[in-house]
Design a protein around this ligand. Structure first.
Ligand code: NIG
Ligand code: FE
Length: 411
């Protein structure tokens, strides 16, 4: 059945905006007094509310107040929200001056979350993930990528991926699972990093395929994690098996971005350490540059050079990296708004990075823009001017969220 939702003070459909490079706010098309026609969860048309009402006689109207600005639902294309426990101790050490890598070496870090996540059973992990997914949805995030990577052995990686699959069937939100078994060489694996990666290729990836748990593979390229050379071979083997690729690249040192580009990865994420030497490689690249301001805020480090990426012609997405260690906050809009003030991004660039450019990072082309044929994943903010959304630096949350045309009750 068709329905007409609105009227809205402004609709920002994000159509016609470039996939790569800088975008000025003047490029944003704004529909004043807008409405949106939805059928079976898909957008049929956006336009002026009264004109649509006249065009579809007798159409059911889903009324909103006129004080709303409508934009596409956000797409968080990088999270690690399938975990148990917390790392408040790490955070307290970091704010006293210890570095992320120092804390990892002295027994904290990712391995601590692995230990805590291994202790949780699948049911407990599912419940924890469900809670985080619902919180994100109520804040306008209608598609969420979720990584494993706190299992680091066959049984526990499968446990994480099964929990993600369960939540994706029980929640309205679309979850995009990614296997990050190559997060760290596990301390308890009998063999070196290369042997561990070989073990994943031979033992884990076929099981993931068989159970249809994910078609995406990630690896953390960094000192203390995996080298560029080892990662290149792992990614190549995963690609041959039919997996899509994404890479944790250039967080503290360079090398990862080049591997991501050479491997044909959908995205290269982090990039805080990416230098002038590598930035031009992103020009019109099919690989999306995903920046993670939540990790910079959590670690007290510089942001990735988002402005320079855009000016060099990159496709830039912004994600939360929500995880128990480097990015515990998980407020995507707040992080994007705060980063934009330092990095000097336009509102259009921030919105693009949270919607259709983030969809590209996940290989999805059916969302992120409010036009005919796209998913009706929508959110509305209580204001008359779209610029208020970033102006409140994340404190203004959506008053209505729709997933595939259905309004979420609790926002
Ligand atoms: O993207 N850098 C590697 N992995 C995560 C952090 C995970 C953790 O600290 O638990 C990240 O920041
Ligand atoms: Fe991450």
């Amino acid at each position: 059945m068709k329905k007409l939702t609105g009227p809205f003070s402004q609709i920002l459909p994000h159509d016609g905006l470039a996939m790569h490079g800088a975008i000025e706010d003047s490029a944003l098309r704004i529909i004043e007094n807008g409405g949106i026609v939805i059928e079976n969860g898909i957008i049929l048309e956006t336009g002026i509310f009264n004109e649509l009402y006249a065009k579809y006689p007798g159409i059911t109207v889903e009324e909103t107040t006129t004080q709303n600005v409508l934009i596409p639902g956000f797409i968080d294309c990088h999270t690690h929200i399938c975990f148990a426990g917390h790392r408040a101790k790490d955070y307290s050490l970091r704010i006293q001056g210890k570095s992320y890598l120092e804390i990892a070496k002295s027994g904290g870090g990712i391995w601590d979350s692995v230990t805590q996540t291994r202790l949780a059973d699948e049911e407990c992990l599912t419940a924890l993930l469900q809670g985080r997914v619902e919180r994100h949805l109520s804040e306008g995030v209608t598609t969420i990528e979720v990584k494993s990577g706190y299992g680091l052995d066959i049984a526990n990686e499968l446990k994480q991926l099964r929990a993600i699959k369960k939540v994706s069937t029980s929640s309205a939100t679309d979850l995009v699972p990614t296997c990050l078994a190559a997060h760290l060489p596990p301390k308890d694996f009998d063999g070196h990093a290369v042997a561990y990666l070989d073990h994943l290729i031979r033992e884990l990836l076929p099981l993931i395929k068989k159970e249809n748990l994910t078609n995406r593979i990630d690896i953390f390229i960094e000192e203390g994690a995996f080298s560029s050379n080892d990662a290149r071979k792992y990614l190549q083997a995963a690609k041959v098996m039919g997996f899509e690729l994404t890479v944790h690249a250039d967080q503290f040192s360079t090398g990862g971005l080049e591997v991501a580009l050479a491997s044909g990865a959908l995205s290269a994420d982090h990039l805080e350490a990416t230098s002038d030497k590598e930035i031009p490689l992103l020009k019109n690249a099919p690989t999306v540059a995903v920046v993670l301001p939540g990790a910079s805020l959590g670690l007290g480090m510089s942001y990735a050079p988002a402005r320079r990426f855009l000016d060099s012609g990159a496709c830039l997405a912004i994600a939360s990296d929500w995880n128990p260690g480097s990015a515990p906050m998980g407020d995507l809009l707040m992080q994007a708004a705060v980063m934009s003030a330092s990095e000097k991004l336009s509102t259009a660039e921030v919105f693009a990075g949270l919607t259709f450019r983030a969809a590209k990072a996940l290989g999805l082309n059916d969302r992120g823009v409010l036009k005919s044929g796209m998913l009706a994943d929508l959110q509305a903010y209580s204001c008359n001017d779209y610029r208020e959304i970033l102006y409140h630096q994340g404190k203004m949350k959506p008053v209505h969220v729709w997933k595939k045309g259905i309004q979420i009750a609790e926002v």
